[in-house]
Design a protein around this ligand. Structure first.
Ligand SMILES: C=C(OP(=O)(O)O)C(=O)O
Ligand SMILES: [Mg+2]
Length: 571
């Protein structure tokens, strides 16, 4: 028996035989060709068959995973239909007389490395999409069979270097009990799909394909992020019990899907979700989200080759609002810059991009970009319960200026005869320490706060959130952070306003009791964290936790805070 560690990507425990999903052998030689026209035709044929296959996979995915996930394959089809991608391949064949394989490989790699080098996880995933579709086209050019997970007809756990979105979409849950890969992280496509399919998965093990042989019995522990290879009978029995516990746990979670989130002593808090696109809304509803606490609109800008038009934005916002019905939707205005770049917005390189020209700073200077977004939001406001917030607010004047532009556009629209809702709350993200410190002054003017701890921690601890070497300074339980958070909540309440949190901290099981005790009103997290959080809060007494407040705020280290909470909440 041996054990491998990886990243817990999808909850649950699976026990079955290992099945290696071989990556196809796609090596080729670059060759000169005489007949360039027939080489171009060969490329077109391979593209054509790939498109037909993807249409089928998309349909399968729609049936097994839902519309939201099938959209990935629309993105794949778009890649294969994208003249910016395909024309350079054809030109390469014609101008350099090379074979289709070489043209495909070179052009695709150019796009892949462009996307991969972006400091942004979402864009890096686009590189994975291109890699996925090009492999399929390459296999057709080489006449190599592409692996077909849909053919699996016995209970297995898949092991693979990585699973592409198209692999995952073909998995039949009846037979595929779980999977584990060498590469990937919690937000890679395969991990997201595993959570939708609700099959346990551990990714990023680095070596599972070499450490496990086909036919070995393995356990995937998607809770702890562990793979156990050839376990003894005793260990199997232990994990079977764990599996049964987990199934029971899921039933308990599911019972709370349509319930409000109420603590043991009767306090209601809102558990809402962070989303990046309208496609994410289904996941929010499936997981009993009481609203959207953060809609990161920049993905709309990043997924485009130019600024999205007012109408394109209007459609996206309207779709989210309509799908959410009367539930609140907090839309954050464009937060570009820092780690989020736009290929079509040429900004000078900065020494410290996280401290630079970004988010509302950029929007106030480029008010043409900002006004377009504000108009789209205002037009969509009558389709649901919209709240708007501005990111990276450091001074009251920034808030006042941004709000003034919003009100100006509202007036413009009204005079154009367009209906705009009259009760849109206007709030800010609190992610800069200066704002957290004088939250009292802000609270007189904003309708709400949403604390962005991902940035607030980075700026308070002076630790770049992208830099692995200083990641130990990402300390959500640090007393300095707790004091800032407390200051914001108290300031909001003193003015009769509400305070939420949309950084990762809001879904953390150690932070949740602390935040409940401090009086946080709204917790915004990834959709799949909502039901476990609701279950946790149901068993917590807000009054007890509030009584620890002074003690917690005067502690000296994050470790002290964590140990204290673990003891008080039996974690
Ligand atoms: C939610 C936040 O915003 P983002 O992660 O998009 O910067 C944050 O900073 O906590
Ligand atoms: Mg932020």
């Amino acid at each position: 028996m041996s054990m491998l560690k990886g990243i817990a990507a999808s909850n649950g425990v699976a026990i079955a035989k290992a099945y290696t999903l071989e990556a196809p052998e796609l090596s080729f030689e670059t060759k000169k060709v005489d007949d360039v026209e027939s080489e171009v035709t060969r490329l077109q044929d391979a593209l054509g068959i790939s498109k037909q296959e993807l249409e089928k996979i998309k349909e399968n995915a729609r049936q097994s995973l839902g519309d939201e996930h099938a959209e990935i394959f629309s993105a794949h089809l778009l890649i294969l239909n994208d003249p910016e991608m395909i024309a350079p391949m054809q030109d390469k064949i014609k101008n350099e007389s090379v074979n289709a394989e070489a043209a495909l490989d070179e052009v695709a790699n150019m796009f892949i490395s462009m996307f991969e080098n972006m400091d942004n996880e979402y864009m890096r995933e686009r590189a994975a999409d291109i890699r996925d579709v090009t492999k399929r086209v390459m296999a057709h050019l080489l006449n190599v069979t592409f692996p077909d997970p849909a053919l699996i007809d016995e209970e297995v756990i898949i092991i693979a270097e990585d699973l592409t979105p198209s692999d995952t979409a073909q998995l039949n849950k009846q037979f595929v009990k779980g999977f584990t890969t060498n590469i990937g992280g919690r937000t890679s496509h395969s991990a997201i799909m595993a959570r939708s399919l609700e099959i346990p998965a551990v990714v990023g093990t680095k070596t599972v394909t070499t450490d496990v042989k086909d036919g070995d019995i393995i356990i995937v522990d998607g809770v702890e992020g562990e793979i156990i290879v050839n376990p003894s009978e005793d260990v199997i029995a232990k994990y079977e019990a764990k599996q049964a516990d987990f199934e029971k746990q899921k039933e308990v979670w599911a019972q709370l899907k349509d319930e409000p989130t109420i603590s043991k002593d009767g306090t209601h808090v809102e558990l809402v979700a962070n989303i990046g696109t309208p496609d994410d809304v289904q996941g929010v509803l499936n997981n009993g989200g009481e609203g959207v606490g953060l809609y990161r609109t920049e993905f709309l800008y990043m997924g485009n080759s130019d600024f999205p038009t007012e109408d394109q934005q209007f459609e996206a916002y309207k779709s989210v609002l309509e799908q959410m019905g009367d539930k609140p939707v907090v839309v954050r205005t464009l937060d570009i810059g820092g780690d989020k770049e736009l290929s079509y917005l040429d900004l000078p390189k900065e020494m410290n991009p996280f401290l630079g020209f970004r988010a509302v700073r950029l929007c106030l200077e480029r008010d043409d970009i900002f006004r377009t977004q504000l108009r789209a939001l205002l037009r969509a406001s009558t389709y649901g319960n919209l709240k708007i917030m501005f990111p990276m607010i450091a001074t009251l004047n920034e808030f006042r200026d941004a709000k003034a532009l919003l009100l100006e556009e509202k007036e413009n629209l009204t005079s154009e005869g367009v209906n705009v809702s009259d009760d849109i709350e206007i709030g800010i993200m609190v992610e800069i320490p200066s704002t957290a410190v004088i939250a009292r002054q802000f609270a007189k003017e904003v309708d709400f706060f949403s604390i962005g701890t991902n940035d607030l921690i980075q700026y308070t601890m002076a630790a770049d959130r992208m830099n692995e070497r200083v990641s130990y300074l990402y300390q959500p339980y640090h007393p300095a952070i707790l004091n800032l958070v407390n200051n914001v909540i108290e300031a909001a309440h003193a003015e009769g306003k509400w305070a939420g949190m949309c950084g990762e901290m809001a879904g953390d099981s150690i932070a949740i009791p602390i935040l409940l005790g401090l009086g946080l009103d709204e917790f915004s997290m990834s959709a799949t964290s909502i039901l476990p959080a609701r279950t946790q809060i149901k068993d917590l007494s807000k009054e007890d936790l509030a009584s620890y407040k002074d003690e917690l705020l005067s502690m000296s280290t994050a470790d002290e805070v964590e140990a204290f909470i673990r003891e008080k909440t039996n974690q």
